[in-house]
Design a protein around this ligand. Structure first.
Ligand SMILES: Cc1cc2nc3c(=O)[nH]c(=O)nc-3n(C[C@H](O)[C@H](O)[C@H](O)COP(=O)(O)O)c2cc1C
Ligand SMILES: [Fe+2]
Ligand SMILES: [Fe+2]
Length: 402
């Protein structure tokens, strides 16, 4: 049975939800599911904007069959070739062999590499600024390389200001019947998952997102139709502001992510004491995480959100505790910048973790301010450590004033 929703005149959501997938990209947990959005324009010509993941292809087919009501599908616009959206391209062309696929040169090459048999299907290659009229509606194609793959583009319907924004402005979480941003409490229920989606999936490509935001700035956009999560028809500035901050690696809030690793509990206890001292000095915006029991995608999301980061970490075989190392490498891979970092290290015979962490932050990440006030445990917290902690807390309080 079909399950479609009207977005504006002539335009319908024809996507589907997936609540069975545990790991997005087989990495990121999605306990609240995800939606794969696809959109159908019924004009003089009929146009499908992107497809869906193979797991929900059946729903897409039923939805477009219902809306087309016997009409042909004339065009399939592919904004993004990643399989969570593009896996059903071949299926669509098998069912609608008269369709013309519109996409970028790179995307057509990817279709070939993925093995789609489109030899007998009409194709129209588009590039930056090309336009196309489907009847009443005219669209312009805007290249969006690396948001989130190199072939990506977005498509703006200049007739009504609807932007088919590909992965940009998307979010984890299934739609559960609520399609529009004004049908959910985004700031309460969605923003954390939208941030986790953006920072882990597209976070690395801040400059590319900035480039796209600048191109979009002059356009009369009324609606974002992303490939995941709600359609935005009000308050676009709210999300634009978040994207602007995230893509410039500017924190949203003054606050501390206190991420610790601990095998026997001594580093954890020290982290607890440090947190308590911070709160007593007036810094209460602290998020504390055990890196071993928190999926790194949540840690990444919060280090993009907050201004400060404390890493508390034992030495492990003369190195950084592996799970913490993985977190740090993820921050580096995702290009995190402009944070103030404090270190609490621990080691029973040859403590190395702190200096190694400091070196990575100072040489491999950009614009990181590592505080000189370090805490060095030699197994469990001693009275010297308490003094070190007090000095570190003072340094953090000072840094919060800036
Ligand atoms: C497998 C393993 C390797 C370790 N390697 C080192 C090391 O190279 N240098 C060091 O000083 N301590 C090393 N340690 C000791 C821990 O870093 C130290 O005992 C620390 O206090 C543990 O903190 P925790 O109680 O928070 O787990 C190692 C411990 C384990 C289990
Ligand atoms: Fe993608
Ligand atoms: Fe996607």
């Amino acid at each position: 049975m079909h399950n479609v929703r009207k977005i504006v005149d002539d335009l319908y959501w024809v996507g589907a939800n997936d609540r069975r997938l545990t790991l997005f990209e087989n990495i990121h947990p999605i306990p609240r599911g995800v939606s794969y959005n696809s959109y159908l324009l019924l004009d003089k010509k009929t146009v499908l904007f992107d497809t869906v993941d193979w797991s929900v292809a059946r729903h897409l087919i039923e939805n477009i069959e219902y809306l087309l009501d016997g009409r042909e599908l004339d065009y399939l616009v592919i904004n993004h070739m990643e399989p969570d959206h593009a896996a059903s391209i071949e299926e669509i062309t098998l069912r609608y062999p008269k369709v013309t696929v519109i996409s970028t040169e790179k995307a057509f090459y990817l279709m070939h590499q993925f093995g789609f048999k489109l030899e007998n299907i009409k194709k129209e290659e588009v590039k930056e600024g090309d336009t196309k009229k489907f009847g009443k509606h005219e669209v312009v194609f805007i290249e969006a390389p690396m948001v989130h793959w190199p072939e990506a583009m977005v498509t703006l319907d200049t007739t009504n200001g609807v932007l088919f924004s590909a992965d940009a402005f998307g979010s984890f979480i299934s739609l559960d019947g609520k399609l529009f941003n004004d049908e959910v409490n985004f700031d309460r229920d969605w923003i954390d998952e939208a941030r986790r989606y953006y920072t882990n999936i597209v976070g690395k490509y801040g400059p590319h997102v900035q480039h796209l935001l600048k191109k979009a700035a002059g356009a009369p956009i009324t609606t974002f139709c992303p490939l995941h999560g709600p359609v935005w028809r009000t308050d676009l500035g709210y999300l634009l502001d978040k994207y602007d901050k995230w893509s410039r690696y500017e924190p949203e809030e003054k606050g501390i992510v206190l991420a610790y690793a601990s095998m026997y509990g001594n580093t954890e206890a020290a982290a607890d004491l440090l947190a308590s001292k911070l709160v007593q000095k007036g810094i209460t915006n602290i998020k504390m995480y055990d890196v071993s029991s928190t999926h790194v995608s949540y840690l990444i999301s919060d280090v993009f959100k907050y201004s400060h980061l404390i890493l508390a970490c034992p030495t492990y075989n003369l190195g950084i505790y592996p799970v913490m190392h993985n977190f740090i490498m993820d921050m580096k891979a995702l290009n995190l910048q402009k944070r103030t970092v404090a270190i609490l290290e621990n080691g029973s015979w040859a403590c190395k973790s702190g200096s190694l962490i400091q070196e990575i932050f100072e040489t491999e990440l950009k614009d990181m301010n590592v505080l000189n006030e370090k805490v060095t445990l030699t197994s469990a917290t001693n009275s010297v450590n308490v003094d070190e902690m007090d000095a570190l807390v003072d340094a953090l309080v000072e840094s919060f004033k800036k």
